[in-house]
Design a binder for this molecule. Structure first.
Ligand code: S3B
Ligand code: CA
Ligand code: ZN
Length: 302
């Protein structure tokens, strides 16, 4: 038969069955989703950090244990692509239909996920701190939003702009997975009810929720570039204050507008407040804008 799009199914990291968009050629079925402008493709690093090969099978069902992380990465990449297209009319992270690449089984016992400038990369976790990191849609949304941020505001990954970079990734993680926990589905598989971060109560996981507790860490790798994963608790709490008042529909338009039109690479928390207040004014007027302003006042950003 002619090569082209096919539909299949796979078993994810939680043992659940998911429908998959595939590409069929010469009797092989690839994790290559050709239903959008750019393809969405999923690769396997096989515990290496430099050699990847596209995941494929000789039939349309991806049910092996080794394929589970790839099934989730592929399915959730499509879900996050659809979120940005359907809600914000943004065609992939560059708004020009860039292909989206995911790499799973990166390294060994790797408790990390990251955007490497062209692909989302997921470790398998060590089974204690994390289970395979592609198993949570808020993680995929977080990573792909790093790519959106890079193509829009370009928030520099250090100090306050870096903490904003992190926060915007968590915020769009909320919009795709609307609960205030981040990474809860892959964090500590042997303990329930906890998470990597909490946006409603950042302090639960050691993050500040107010400027009075801003942590001045060194702008080094060891200092997490001025504590970008620590100080993001403050803008995350401001987001929590905003979305609990304005709701998801208004908040996602305000946050996307600020990210795509107003924020600049060296934005401080005060700049982010101003950008969000301006976006709220543009879209919904002064009452909602003052709600946003108060949300930031409450975390000590005046
Ligand atoms: C919610 C996703 C997330 O935070 O991924 C990271 C992990 C698990 C470790 C180190 C960095 C990141 C990141 O993407 O910032
Ligand atoms: Ca979540
Ligand atoms: Zn991040």
């Amino acid at each position: 038969t002619e090569a082209g799009a096919a539909t299949g199914s796979g078993v994810g990291t939680k043992g659940d069955t998911k429908t998959l968009n595939l590409y069929q050629e010469n009797g092989n079925y690839y994790l290559s989703d050709v239903t959008h402008t750019g393809t969405i493709e999923t690769y396997d690093a096989k515990n290496s950090t430099s050699r990847y090969s596209i995941v494929y099978d000789t039939d349309t069902s991806f049910t092996s244990t080794a394929q589970r992380a790839a099934v989730d990465a592929h399915y959730y990449a499509d879900q996050v692509y659809d979120y940005y297209k359907n809600v914000h009319n943004r065609d992939s992270y560059d708004n020009q239909g860039a292909p989206i690449y995911s790499i799973v089984h990166y390294s060994r016992n790797y408790n990390n996920a990251f955007w490497n400038g062209e692909s989302m990369v997921y470790g398998d976790g060590d089974g204690v701190t994390f289970s395979p990191l592609s198993g949570a849609n808020d993680v995929i949304a977080h990573e792909l939003t790093h790519a959106v941020t890079e193509k829009t505001a370009g928030l520099v990954y250090e100090n306050q702009p870096g903490a904003l970079n992190e926060s915007f990734s968590d915020v769009f993680g909320y919009f795709v997975d609307p609960d205030f926990l981040m990474g809860e589905d892959v964090y500590t598989p042997n303990r329930s009810g906890d998470a990597l971060r909490s946006m409603s109560n950042p302090e639960t996981y050691g993050q500040p929720a107010h400027m009075n507790n801003y942590k001045n860490l060194p702008n080094t790798s060891a200092g997490d570039w001025g504590g970008v994963h620590t100080n993001s608790g403050i803008p995350n709490k401001a987001f929590y204050n905003t979305v609990t008042k304005l709701g998801k529909a208004k908040s996602e338009k305000i946050y996307y507008r600020a990210l795509a039109y107003y924020l600049t690479p060296n934005a401080t928390f005060a700049d982010a407040k101003a950008a969000l207040v301006r976006s709220a004014t543009d879209l919904y007027g002064s009452t909602d804008a003052s709600t946003v302003s108060n949300a930031w006042n409450q975390v000590g950003v005046y």
